[in-house]
Design a protein around this ligand. Structure first.
Ligand code: SAM
Length: 435
């Protein structure tokens, strides 16, 4: 049994991680937490690429495997699906020779008691895939094969067919690395061989491990999608103001507010995520008051400004977190919308008269964005919208809605190839407490 040949460790880790995501509900990053100590970083990186690509293309992969296995994956060996998904990913979407992808998948099947009896099946299915994939792919929806069935009609209803198609296309592509610098983005962009986007975010292609990049150890910047950097900027001048950052961890927006000179109270209910926030602030040499609390009942303030970056389905981040395609369910939209309604109402209570509230989510679902703001404004006469004016914040004009909110979509900001384009789907609105 060939369990230790070249490339085996990476594939074994990929299958374990796929199992963790598909069958145990782990997020993509968490799925690699149990990776063996001492594993070659190149094996880890390859395993990560296999899993991320498999999740990005899971609709296509499952459809093709379904055509090749009329009776589906044997119920007695659920892990077999992950072996086949990892193998098919390498054959269809990665630069791995077919014989290596098939051979290593067969070795993997043999190496586990639950799949050992199906090594012949793995060999037969993957070999057929290498020969027949063009014909098999021809029958699939070229746009939406990888978009979860429940998301597609919602996006078409909210943004139209053309935008929904363009978003689905962006979800198939590995996104670039986006970075927010504490200061001087131009000179950091140069050192990092990146470009500065119109909003000041630095965008880098093919970065490798983040901690090896210049400026990471000295805390000159942090990783933050270009769209995630928008909400904090809607608060405008915050120097010497008391600002609450509700739902703050892991702290990207907290860092922006502290750098802008605010006195920040960072609230989150997750102790584990708050310790990541503290680590991040420590590395950056920044400080904030950190409070572990439920933001729906947190008693503090009153504050000059509140940023509520509410928990959401995160469907706007599918490019970066392809596990969302398998982890989220339509019912999550309603459950999270109910939580968001409580959070936004309490956030408004924490404001001084005249204070600003920015509400944001990284969801594409209008129930978690636009609808929350409309509901608050119709329920509370002490709150008004402060629409964003064209030209007010550099780079944001393309994203301002007729109401004066911000809505970004993964298909926005096309800058040549898809690999250097796009941004997370975010919604952000700015409101004021009148009295
Ligand atoms: C979208 S993430 C926040 C990202 C963060 N604002 C940033 O920019 O790095 C949502 C956060 O909300 C937190 N959360 C969820 N429900 C909460 C609640 N009821 N009270 C406080 N925090 C909550 C989660 O622990 C999670 O850290």
């Amino acid at each position: 049994m060939a369990t230790a040949g070249p490339g085996f460790a990476a594939r074994a880790l990929a299958v374990d991680a796929l199992e963790a995501v598909l069958r145990h509900g782990a997020a993509l990053e968490e799925a690699f937490d149990g990776a063996p100590q001492g594993l070659d970083p190149r094996d880890r990186a390859l395993a990560y690429r296999i899993v991320a690509t498999a999740l990005r293309r899971i609709g296509t992969l499952r459809a093709l495997l379904g055509k090749l296995m009329e009776r589906g994956v044997p119920k007695s060996a659920p892990r077999l699906e992950s072996v086949l998904l990892a193998g098919a990913t390498q054959i269809l979407f990665m630069d791995v020779p077919n014989h290596a992808a098939v051979g290593l998948s067969v070795d993997l099947a043999r190496a586990d008691r639950s799949t050992g009896g199906f090594a012949g099946l793995v060999n037969a299915v993957l070999r057929r895939l290498t020969r027949e994939h063009e014909g098999l792919m021809a029958g699939l929806d070229p746009d939406f094969a990888d978009t979860p069935d429940w998301m597609r009609p919602r996006w078409i209803a909210a943004y139209g067919l053309e935008a929904a198609r363009a978003m689905a296309a962006m979800h198939k592509v590995e996104p670039p690395l986006d970075i927010t610098a504490k200061a001087d983005p131009r000179s950091w962009a140069e050192k990092l061989s990146g470009e500065v986007l119109p909003t000041g975010t630095i965008r880098i292609l093919q970065a490798g491990p983040v901690r090896n990049l210049p400026g990471f150890a000295e805390g000159a910047w942090w990783v933050q999608d270009a769209a995630a950097a928008i909400p904090a900027r809607l608060l405008g001048e915050v120097k010497d103001r008391d600002v609450a950052d509700l739902c703050a961890a892991p702290g990207g927006k907290t860092a922006q507010l502290v750098v802008a000179g605010a006195r920040v109270t960072a609230v989150d209910r997750s102790a584990a995520r708050l310790s990541r926030l503290k680590e991040n602030l420590d590395r950056l040499g920044l400080s904030a008051r950190v409070v572990e609390a439920d933001a729906a009942t947190f008693s503090g303030g009153p504050f000059d400004a509140v940023l509520l970056d509410a928990p959401c389905t995160a469907t706007g981040t599918l490019r970066r977190h392809p596990d969302i395609a398998v982890s989220k369910r339509p019912a999550d939209v309603g459950t999270l919308a109910a939580l968001q309604a409580r959070l936004i109402n309490h956030a408004a209570d924490l404001l001084k008269p005249g204070g600003l509230l920015v509400y944001s989510t990284c969801s594409l679902e209008p129930e978690e964005g636009e609808a929350q703001v409309e509901r608050l404004l119709s329920a509370r006469k002490d709150m008004e919208r402060v629409p964003l004016r064209p030209g007010e914040v550099e780079g944001l004009d393309p994203f301002i809605t007729p109401q004066g909110d911000v809505r970004t979509l993964p298909c926005h900001w096309m800058r040549g190839e898809a690999e250097r384009s796009g941004l997370d789907g975010f919604f952000a609105a700015r409101l004021r407490r009148i009295a």
